[in-house]
Design a protein around this ligand. Structure first.
Ligand SMILES: [Zn+2]
Length: 442
């Protein structure tokens, strides 16, 4: 019988178009690799590190997975990182045949997993800079897998890792400036002097970061659940993410958010440092009611905070905004639980709650509570004391507030994107005043 039609290959050999790439033809950069095996990179990668010396091994395993037949299409990379001197590559496999009928991993899944494991294992004896045979350099707490040449180079450059042979990338300052530009908000980076002291061989200078962000570095909070080895490793990873190493693709804003998680830094700690301001820095206080704003009045518990995203969309790009919680929810729910409903970035800008001035006979007076909070925390200048905006339902206001400082929200509907646009206008107007008076630059 004769083969007919396109692609009928003789003697079972694959059609040339399906021929896996030879080692020489393999992509040379992460971008090329992603273009070649696009389906493998359709998940958001939690970490993404491609040390130059290991890249060919990684490219080969992408190719080998691709050569495994139709079932390969369920495979996605999830996390690509280095740990303790070797690659740690993780993927997920959601192919229809990922599991056998009895729930065991399928042959396809096992085949992919073992290909990845074998490839990653090989990196433990490969120089991460050049790919030559290497041993773990444990001369410092920061272990790296380096060949003799690069171990020596590292020894000569005290406190540095060998960045000389890594692919060129943007500088630290450039990368941060771009990240800040992109996210449109300041990032609070946190560093632990005690950790830096304990790990004396890692020289890390927070100054460029502070310069780039124009925010003071704050203290790293130690996660008591970690032992010192874990802590060191995690800290090193954190530093790596912030360094101009070229082979790490980072989004500094996301990394900062991750740091908050990984180091168990409470947004409360971050916010505490911005509660009281003894100088006028041009920032704007937004007093925020929860009930009737972040959800319609009388919402059942499962529907509470249903409007939080619209509010976050409105304020997230304004690093100058500090948020103070007002209204009954602050008393019934407490600040920590309220903060936990917000994204980390916004939560770390919730600087406090207004004082509860209601007595046994006096009803709450939100207007007075706002005034007292401002007098206590924002009274460096008269202008600072008046730079606030109240966001709430009608009941949150006395009617005597300046009209441009009040954003009324319909308590039957809750905060909408239209409210968000009005809030942004109000914030812009306040910032414009601050700029005009010279307290805020730019
Ligand atoms: Zn090397």
């Amino acid at each position: 019988m004769k083969h007919v039609g396109r692609g009928a290959a003789p003697s079972g050999a694959p059609h040339p178009i399906d021929q896996p790439l030879s080692d020489d033809q393999l992509p040379k950069t992460p971008a090329e690799l992603k273009a070649a095996y696009r389906y493998q990179f359709t998940s958001d990668l939690y970490d993404e590190a491609y040390p130059a010396g290991w890249f060919p091994v990684f490219a080969r395993v992408c190719r080998d997975i691709d050569a495994m037949g139709a079932e390969r299409l369920g495979f996605r990379w999830a996390q690509l990182k280095e740990k303790f001197g070797a690659a740690r590559w993780y993927g997920s496999y959601a192919g229809p045949h990922a599991r056998t009928e009895s729930g065991e991993p399928s042959a396809d899944l096992l085949k992919i997993a073992s290909a990845i494991r074998e490839a990653a294992d090989r990196t433990s004896s490969m120089c991460m800079v050049c790919g030559e045979h290497a041993e773990l350099d444990q001369s410092r707490s920061w272990v790296l897998t380096l060949c003799e040449k690069h171990t020596q180079e590292r020894a000569q450059k005290e406190g540095a890792y060998p960045e000389c042979d890594l692919p060129p990338g943007p500088t630290f300052d450039e990368e941060l400036a771009a990240a800040v530009e992109k996210s449109g908000r300041a990032i609070h980076f946190v560093k632990a002097q005690e950790l830096l002291d304990a790990m004396g061989d890692i020289r890390y200078d927070a100054a460029p970061l502070n310069r780039a962000l124009e925010v003071p570095a704050m203290a790293f909070i130690r996660n008591p659940a970690m032992n010192s080895a874990e802590l060191m490793h995690e800290y090193r990873t954190a530093i790596l993410d912030f360094m101009p190493c070229g082979y790490l693709s980072i989004d500094a804003a996301e990394t900062a958010a991750r740091l908050f998680h990984e180091f168990n830094v409470q947004p409360a700690e971050a916010a505490a440092s911005r509660a009281k301001k003894t100088q006028d820095d041009g920032s704007v206080v937004v007093f925020l009611d929860i009930d009737g704003v972040l959800h319609p009045d009388m919402s059942p518990p499962e529907d509470e905070f249903s409007c939080i995203e619209a509010f976050e969309r409105a304020v997230s790009s304004y690093g100058e905004v500090d948020i103070v919680i007002t209204g009954r929810k602050r008393l019934s729910m407490g600040l920590d639980r309220i903060r936990s409903k917000f994204s980390i970035e916004v939560a770390s800008r919730i600087v406090g709650v207004t004082p509860d001035l209601s007595g046994e006979e006096d009803a709450a007076d939100p207007c007075l509570e706002r005034t007292v909070w401002m007098a206590k925390n924002r009274s460096a200048t008269p202008a600072q004391e008046h730079r606030w905006i109240g966001v709430g339902p009608l009941r949150a206001f006395s009617g005597e507030e300046p009209v441009d400082q009040v954003l009324l929200v319909s308590p039957q509907v809750g905060f909408t994107d239209e409210d968000g646009a009005l809030l942004q206008q109000a914030i812009e107007a306040k910032l414009e005043d601050a700029r005009a008076s010279g307290v805020l630059r730019g």
